[in-house]
Design a protein around this ligand. Structure first.
Ligand SMILES: Cc1ncc(C[n+]2csc(CCOP(=O)(O)OP(=O)(O)O)c2C)c(N)n1
Ligand SMILES: *[C@@H]1O[C@H](CO)[C@@H](O)[C@H](O)[C@H]1NC(C)=O
Ligand SMILES: *[C@@H]1O[C@H](CO)[C@@H](O)[C@H](O)[C@H]1NC(C)=O
Ligand SMILES: *[C@@H]1O[C@H](CO)[C@@H](O)[C@H](O)[C@H]1NC(C)=O
Ligand SMILES: *[C@@H]1O[C@H](CO)[C@@H](O)[C@H](O)[C@H]1NC(C)=O
Ligand SMILES: *[C@@H]1O[C@H](CO)[C@@H](O)[C@H](O)[C@H]1NC(C)=O
Ligand SMILES: [Mg+2]
Length: 766
């Protein structure tokens, strides 16, 4: 193959056997992006956030974002050691952040390319969320300063549903980024698959018609037409602030990657492609014929670029270590030290001043606006909230209020997004009050707490999980000092967003060295509602936790904080509103950010025993990773026969049952509130207290679900395999819950009996 100079050619010459997903056949993408950026910069944009797939990514990094070439080249060196924590990622996935002068406009512009997984289009909502956040924190209400550009492949754009979800966010008030420019590299093939069998619409871009976005189909071999279209698109975006699509109709000169032979599957197409003259040659011939440039000038330009590449190549040989940290799409310079470490390894106390609690409590139970008519039913709810506050008590909704309100007071932005979160799926939250006589008149009491408080955003999302969770994840990337929460309507539904959870949330830091503090609220609990609406699948999250099941970490210093620091994420299931409040506050007070998964209650929202006193939240109190049993049995701990460890709502069933059997002296019930990372240190203390007791893990989920597989080896590690840990709970099953209410009740009854039958396991071996 005759190669004709330029970046891709250079890579091909130096690393002929490396995958790079070259841009050959759509080289025009580079000047196209530059044109869009120049025009947007002239229109006032000073920050562009981009998302793109594999095709041409290195080229975009080098020639649009202008990442140092030697930084790109040294990534091709397999022997280079990474200087940073984490397992890293392949070179065409890393992100990038770069501030530079725009030569056209002489203005500074920040360009960032988001890191992304292989999963095509998954990054789309993430880019949108990050863009929205930057707009929000800069007060750019109309998208005049910050914008996003999304690039797509033709097959992925048509095939991936998340594209559609992302388009449907584009005009929603709390999700709009005021216009995205989409650029599709339409090479008329996806790996080995023809458009004829890859989509049912005439154009790959037809999905954009759902929002009536203008779509420009343009011949990528006609650079002037492409530049013209890019100018129009950028102008459209800046005038109308709506999405616009550029369909670059092109071809893919080689295989899917450089190792791939396309002629096996597309013989006729590739015969044609081989006869295509390189666009650079075609266009330069035209320019030379027109007298716009001379042949000599053209050849000098080619040689000049080649020299730049050669020099960078030579200096890349001197790089001794690879700094993944140089590839951050969202640096948080004030949050970390200059080497990227947390500022400290401790967490300030999360307790709150009595006066703050009272003040938030009063606001939460009032209507801060004059002449604002709320529904009488809601007035009743607010009154009973006020009664709780007077008696210094908290229910779940108030616990949440205390967490959000106190963070807002400290200048931390709080954003809660998800389906119907404003009221709350279970009608317990009521963060937005609706005027009963004036349409669209609403009041958000949380925004009336203090004059200098940070803003509170609460927004009902579209009926999407994948798109919306991705969006909130992106939002959380912009600013470490913000609490960003996504709530699933029921925990079950998180699995339509599984890709965001697997590819970004659980592994993002390991791959891309970037913390993220997003919080997932997943309503969970076996309450007889059938196979769906029961389980948020805690076992899936636990299986992806990176703490070693067989090894108890030795830490000098603060065990809790060290362990959190080394974890990929945190999983809690709080049984009290106070603990829920503490864990949300801890999330922001920690000197680093980790995703937090909270299994949240449904019936417990109103459970009279699932209340806390203000005393559990005042100064000096903290999040309790484990709640010990301080009942009767502690008088003679040596006589305790059984310790039941559990987590979540089943605790209330267990205490009720124990009372029934009058077994307060024999059985201890301990709650794990933080399940992962496993509180080895606290569990050990408890086990040492009751040397003669047998150990039981009790859960309401089926045996192959829930927490059992996760906690079992960890308990055994604590007791050094000297004792078994017995299982009490539902039998293994295929579906997470039965659809038969009476079966549900019988199951519960049966395992409650087992939990308090002291002869069940007695004397049995493991
Ligand atoms: C969600 C997802 N499914 C499958 C793949 C595997 N895959 C990688 S590239 C590709 C073809 C992409 O075609 P297109 O979107 O047209 O981009 P092109 O490579 O042609 O630029 C496929 C199927 C993937 N990366 N992500
Ligand atoms: C661009 O930013 C740099 C520092 O980041 C600053 O020194 C320079 O003055 C800025 N230039 C313009 C034109 O704003
Ligand atoms: C959001 O959803 C809640 C239900 O949780 C509903 O009461 C409220 O009216 C919705 N708000 C808007 C602005 O649609
Ligand atoms: C915790 O998990 C249990 C199931 O073990 C579930 O019923 C409960 O709703 C979860 N959350 C809380 C806050 O208890
Ligand atoms: C539900 O289960 C009970 C016993 O657990 C059984 O008698 C009943 O027939 C079941 N109902 C249905 C509809 O399956
Ligand atoms: C307790 O367990 C033993 C052993 O499994 C069993 O024989 C006995 O019937 C159980 N007792 C009750 C009250 O269920
Ligand atoms: Mg394609």
């Amino acid at each position: 193959e005759v190669l004709d100079g330029g970046f891709e050619d250079f890579l091909a010459r130096k690393w002929s056997s490396e995958k790079r997903f070259g841009l050959e056949g759509c080289e025009v993408l580079i000047p196209a992006l530059k044109t869009i950026i120049d025009k947007s910069s002239a229109g006032g944009i000073d920050s562009v956030i981009m998302g793109m797939p594999h095709r041409g990514r290195l080229n975009v990094l080098a020639n649009v974002i202008r990442k140092d070439l030697n930084q790109i080249f040294c990534q091709f060196d397999p022997n280079l050691e990474a200087a940073d924590e984490g397992s890293g990622d392949v070179k065409y996935h890393l992100g990038m952040y770069h501030e530079r002068i725009n030569r056209e406009t002489d203005k500074n512009i920040t360009l960032s390319l988001m890191a992304n997984p292989s999963h095509l289009e998954a990054v789309d909502p993430v880019v949108q969320g990050k863009t929205k956040a930057e707009q929000f924190y800069r007060g750019d209400r109309a998208g005049k300063k910050v914008m996003s550009i999304l690039m797509h492949g033709d097959a992925a754009f048509a095939g991936q549903g998340v594209v559609y979800e992302t388009f449907h966010l584009s005009e929603l008030p709390s999700y709009t980024t005021h216009g995205t420019i989409h650029v599709v590299v339409n090479n008329q093939i996806g790996f080995t698959t023809d458009p004829r069998v890859a989509r049912s619409s005439p154009y790959p871009t037809d999905v954009a018609r759902v929002v009536n976005a203008p779509i420009f189909h343009v011949n990528a071999d006609d650079p002037e037409a492409v530049m013209y279209v890019c100018l129009v698109a950028a102008e459209w975006r800046s005038v109308f602030n709506k999405d616009v699509v550029i369909d670059l109709v092109c071809y893919r000169r080689f295989g899917h990657n450089e190792m791939d032979e396309p002629i096996f599957t597309q013989p006729l197409m590739y015969k044609q492609i081989r006869q295509q003259e390189h666009v650079l040659k075609k266009y330069s011939r035209k320019l030379i014929a027109e007298g716009a440039v001379t042949l000599q000038e053209f050849e000098e330009e080619i040689a000049k670029y080649d020299k730049i590449c050669e020099e960078a190549y030579t200096s890349s040989k001197d790089e001794k270590i690879l700094h993944i940290r140089h590839w951050l799409d969202s640096p948080w310079p004030e949050f970390f030290t200059s080497t990227g470490e947390p500022q400290s390894m401790s967490c300030p106390p999360t307790g709150l001043d009595e006066e703050v609690l009272q003040h938030i409590g009063r606001t939460a139970s009032s209507v801060p606006l004059q002449d604002f008519k709320v529904h009488p039913g809601l007035s009743r709810i607010l009154r009973s909230r006020a009664d709780l506050v007077t008696s210094r008590q908290l229910d779940w909704a108030l616990g949440e209020y205390m967490a959000f309100g106190s963070l807002l007071k400290d200048g931390v932005h709080v954003r809660l997004s998800g389906q119907d979160v404003e009221r709350g799926t279970f009608s317990h939250r009521h963060h937005v009050l609706h005027h009963q006589e004036v349409d669209k008149q609403t009041c958000v009491p949380m925004n009336h707490l203090w004059p200098n408080q940070a803003p509170y955003t609460v927004c009902n999302s579209s009926l999407s999980e994948y798109g919306v969770l991705g969006f909130e994840l992106g939002f959380a990337m912009a600013n470490p000092n913000a609490l960003i929460l996504w709530e699933a309507q029921f925990g079950d539904f998180h699995n339509t967003a599984q890709c965001i959870i697997d590819q970004f949330i659980s592994s993002g830091q390991a791959k891309w060295v970037r913390n993220n503090g997003i919080v997932l609220l997943l309503p969970h609990g076996m309450e007889g509602m059938g196979p769906e609406h029961s389980s948020a699948r805690p076992e899936r999250f636990l299986q992806m936790s990176n703490d070693d099941p067989d090894h108890i970490p030795e830490f000098v210093g603060d065990f809790e904080v060290q362990q959190l620091h080394d974890s990929n994420w945190i999983m809690v299931n709080c049984t009290t509103p106070a603990n829920y409040c503490h864990v949300l506050r801890r999330q922001i007070l920690l000197p680093f950010r980790k995703p937090l998964i909270i299994f949240t209650p449904k019936s417990l929202l109103r459970h009279p025993e699932a209340r806390s006193s203000f005393d559990d939240l005042t100064e000096g109190t903290t999040f309790r990773r484990l709640i010990a049993d301080d009942g009767l049995a502690n008088r003679c701990p040596g006589d305790v026969k059984r310790i039941i460890f559990c987590t979540g709502k089943v605790f209330y069933d267990l205490t009720k049952e124990r009372k029934l059997h009058h077994m307060e002296n024999d059985v201890i019930i301990i709650r794990l509130e933080q399940i992962s990372p496993f509180p080895f240190d606290l569990v050990r203390v408890e086990l040492d207290k009751y040397p003669n007791a047998e150990l039981v893990w009790c859960q309401e989920e089926h045996k192959n679900m829930g927490y059992y597989d996760y906690v079992r080896p960890r308990f055994l590690a604590v007791v050094a395999n000297r004792k078994p840990i017995w299982y009490v709970g539902r039998d293994p099953a295929a579906a997470p819950a039965t659809g038969n209410k009476s079966t549900h009740i019988n199951e519960l009854k049966r395992f409650m009996e087992t939990a308090f039958n002291l002869s069940t396991f007695h004397g049995r071996n493991i």
